[in-house]
Write a protein that binds this ligand. Structure first.
Ligand code: SAH
Length: 383
């Protein structure tokens, strides 16, 4: 997850030196025995190593953390998603039970707000079986605290495949951007994999290129692209989108994927590190900074469509939230608020929707199956 764009404030306190970092030592030892690793392997270890990984070791959200996400900015975000789910449940023919699944639920804030909003449709609330898919023990504990009195039955899983079969509504906010990306660079002989190796002299990790070009027909023809051009691929994201599409086709339902990224595939390097609300070097201190990359919505859409799902969007977050009634919700909340609270609501509204904030860079894509009409917020037919 990238969260909102970091402000230009430096990271809190002195950074730990790489020598103190258990993951640096571990990856260095691995490099010495097995040679360089792909950017995706490095990113996966930095985020998810069970002992030293970024998500395994901390709650990264909020002012004291590294970044802020939409549900942490305002309760309105999760509330509107909850109402979206309730409406789609109606479109699905109101199956009871229905699984409400969230991938990477962070602190559990979105789910708590969604469930509170869903209380306006008691039949929906009663039908709900909530499933949280989370790999981090620290965040699982945070979600358990947040959702302790939420109401519906709750279950935690480490992967989507563990969620039992059945009609489903799934939400994933800022999860796909945390899935590891490969980087490929156009070199003399075609596409070369970018690799991370250890620069012993400088005492830090650095990027190098694979000696041999890749043999992979699915990559774009390098002939028309300038040497040095970089493309990214997210195999885990594409596999997850395909699995989601297949599951929706099998069991019915819809999924809402919200993230920052681009609607059309194209060249460019987007891997970034954020630490203490400021950009950092992605290769320095693995496990201590959040690593993310832009989500390639076109490739996710293609993967899910190949599995038989219908795709809506991606729509920019600002207009999507506006279509769901964000301004009205803000007005309602403001009516009962103190002047300071009213100012917070106004600021949140701006941050979530303004084009130069999260309104354009962040996008929303829906997947459905079982001949559902266009879900709320997506006026047009499936593409
Ligand atoms: N959705 C939350 C949190 C976003 S941060 C919010 O909007 O605030 C990314 C979340 O995805 C974290 O909860 C992280 O632990 C989780 N995560 C990262 N990789 C994951 C994976 N492979 N499977 C499931 N969850 C993952």
């Amino acid at each position: 997850m990238s969260g909102d764009k970091p402000a230009d404030t430096p990271a809190d306190g002195p950074a730990d030196s790489p020598a103190d970092n258990g993951l640096t030592a571990l990856l260095r030892a691995r490099f010495e025995s097995a040679g360089p690793m792909t950017v995706a392997e490095f990113m996966a270890e930095a985020l998810s190593h069970p002992r030293y990984g970024y998500y395994a070791t901390r709650d990264p959200f909020g002012l004291a953390g590294d970044f802020t996400t939409a549900p942490e900015i305002s309760q309105m975000f999760g509330e509107l998603i909850g109402l979206w789910c309730a409406q789609v449940w109606g479109q699905m023919g109101a199956p009871d039970p229905v699984r409400l699944v969230e991938l990477g639920p962070g602190r559990g804030t979105l789910m708590a707000d969604a469930l509170r909003a869903a209380a306006v449709m008691p039949a929906f609330r009663t039908a709900l079986r909530v499933h949280l898919v989370e790999t981090s023990p620290v965040l699982t504990a945070a979600q358990q605290r947040t959702l302790a009195r939420a109401g519906p039955p709750l279950a935690w899983h480490r992967a989507l495949e563990e969620v039992p079969a059945g009609p489903m509504l799934l939400v994933a906010n800022e999860v796909f951007d945390a899935l590891p990306v490969r980087q490929l660079q156009r070199g003399q002989g075609g596409w070369h994999e970018r690799l991370v190796d250890w620069d012993a002299e400088a005492g830090r990790f650095r990027l190098v290129l694979s000696q041999r070009p890749l043999i992979d027909d699915s990559l774009p023809d390098p002939a028309g692209l300038a040497p040095g051009t970089i493309i990214e691929r997210c195999p885990a994201g594409e596999a997850l989108a395909a699995a989601l599409g297949a599951r929706l086709v099998r069991d019915g339902g819809a999924a809402l994927i919200i993230d920052y990224g681009h609607a059309a595939s194209g060249p460019g390097e987007t891997l970034q590190a954020v630490r203490g609300h400021a950009y950092a070097d992605p290769l320095a201190d693995p496990g201590k900074a959040d690593l993310t990359a832009h989500v390639d919505f076109a490739r996710l859409a293609e993967a899910a469509r190949s599995a038989g799902a219908a795709i809506y969007g991606p729509a920019p977050q600002g207009p999507f939230l506006a279509a769901l009634g964000l301004a009205m919700r803000a007005e309602r909340l403001t009516a009962g608020a103190t002047p300071a609270q009213a100012e917070d609501i106004r600021a949140a509204l701006h941050r979530l929707t303004a084009p130069e904030q999260m309104g354009t860079l962040f996008k929303v894509m829906a997947m459905t199956a079982g001949r559902l009409p266009p879900p709320p917020g997506f006026a047009d037919s499936a593409v």
